[in-house]
Design a protein around this ligand. Structure first.
Ligand code: 48F
Length: 256
C-alpha cells in the first residue's frame, strides 16, 4: 500500500509538471493579481502554470492588515468579489470589507478549478532569454534555494510570463539586471516603489499592469514597483482589477 500511494503521487505530479513544460502563460507569484489572472486565462482554455515560492499560495491576502484578517475592497471591484463568491459587508459608500481567509481561499479555488496548475514551494529563479524576448522561466524547489544547495534548476517555455511577485518586482528586476535589457518604462529601468498613498496606489496598479518587455507582463504591486508608483496597504480592489486587466491583455496577445 505504501508504494502504491507513492506511485500515485509521483505519477500525478510528473503528469502535472510535464503538461506545463511548454505552456501559454507562467504566472510567477500566487498573490491576488496573479491568481485572478491565472483563473481568467485558464478559463479561456489556455495552458497556465502558477509558481509560488511559499507553501501556501495567496500572497499577502491571508494576513489582512497586521494580522487583523479582514480586507477592504472598493466599489469598483465588488463585482469581482461576487463572481468569486466572497461574502462581504458594506463599510460606507466607497468600501466593503471581507474575510481575508475567504478571499485567499476563493482565489486559489477559482484558479485551480479553471484549470491552472498551481505549484507551491517552487521558486522562479531566472527567465529564459533569447535575444529579443523572454521565453520562459527557470524553476527550482524553494527548500533547495533556502539551503543554498548547489542543484541545477528545470526550465519551462511560456509564450507569456507574468511577474506577480509583489513588492520588489523580483522577477523583472532579475531579468533586467541579468539580461541588461531596456524595459518599456519611461526610464528604461525599474523605477522603484513609492511610499503609501492608498488612492494613487490603487489607481496606478491597474494602469501599470501591462507589458514591460516582449514576453513579460507585470501585475499588482510588482507593476507599481516597476513603474514607480505608491503602495496602498490592505485595500485589495486594485489587485483584483490588475489581475483582470493582465488576463485581458495576455489573452489579446495569445489570440494573435
Ligand atoms: O505580494 P503578493 O500578494 O502579490 P500582489 O498580487 O498583491 C499584493 C498584496 O498582497 C499586498 C498589497 C495590497 O493590496 O500591497 O501586498 O502584488 O504575492 C506575491 C507572491 O509572489 C511570490 C510570493 O511568495 C508571494 O506569494 N513570489 C515572490 N517572488 C517569487 C515568488 C519567485 N521568485 N518565485 C515564486 N514566487
Amino acid at each position: 500500500m505504501e508504494v502504491d500511494i507513492s506511485k500515485a503521487i509521483v505519477r500525478g505530479y510528473a503528469a502535472k509538471l510535464e503538461s506545463c513544460l511548454d505552456c501559454d502563460l507562467v504566472v510567477v507569484g500566487a498573490g491576488p493579481s496573479g491568481l485572478l489572472c491565472a483563473a481568467h486565462v485558464a478559463r479561456a482554455g489556455r495552458n497556465v502554470a502558477v509558481f509560488d515560492r511559499k507553501l501556501a499560495p495567496g500572497g499577502g491576502v491571508w494576513g489582512g492588515a497586521m494580522l487583523f484578517n479582514e480586507v477592504v475592497i472598493q466599489q469598483a471591484a465588488v463585482a469581482i468579489l461576487e463572481e468569486l463568491g466572497v461574502r462581504h459587508t458594506r463599510v460606507d459608500d466607497r468600501f466593503v470589507r471581507a474575510d481575508s481567509v475567504e478571499l485567499a481561499a476563493s482565489l486559489i479555488y477559482r484558479a485551480v478549478h479553471a484549470g491552472a496548475k498551481v505549484f507551491n514551494g517552487v521558486s522562479v529563479e531566472d527567465v529564459i532569454f533569447k535575444g529579443d524576448r523572454i521565453g520562459g522561466v527557470v524553476i527550482n524547489y524553494t527548500p533547495i534555494l533556502l539551503n543554498n544547495l548547489h542543484v541545477d534548476p528545470l526550465s519551462m517555455r511560456a509564450k507569456v510570463v507574468l511577474d506577480g511577485t509583489g513588492h520588489g518586482a523580483e522577477l523583472t528586476a532579475r531579468a533586467a539586471q541579468k539580461a541588461g535589457i531596456r524595459l518599456e518604462t519611461p526610464t528604461g529601468g525599474l523605477m522603484g516603489e513609492k511610499p503609501m498613498w492608498a488612492e494613487m496606489g490603487e489607481k496606478m496598479t491597474v494602469e501599470n499592469t501591462r507589458r514591460v518587455y516582449p514576453g513579460l507582463y507585470v501585475s499588482g504591486m510588482a507593476a507599481n514597483g516597476v513603474f514607480g508608483s505608491a503602495r496602498m496597504g490592505p485595500i485589495f480592489g486594485g489587485m483584483l482589477l490588475s489581475g483582470q486587466r493582465a488576463a485581458k491583455l495576455i489573452l489579446e496577445e495569445l489570440g494573435r
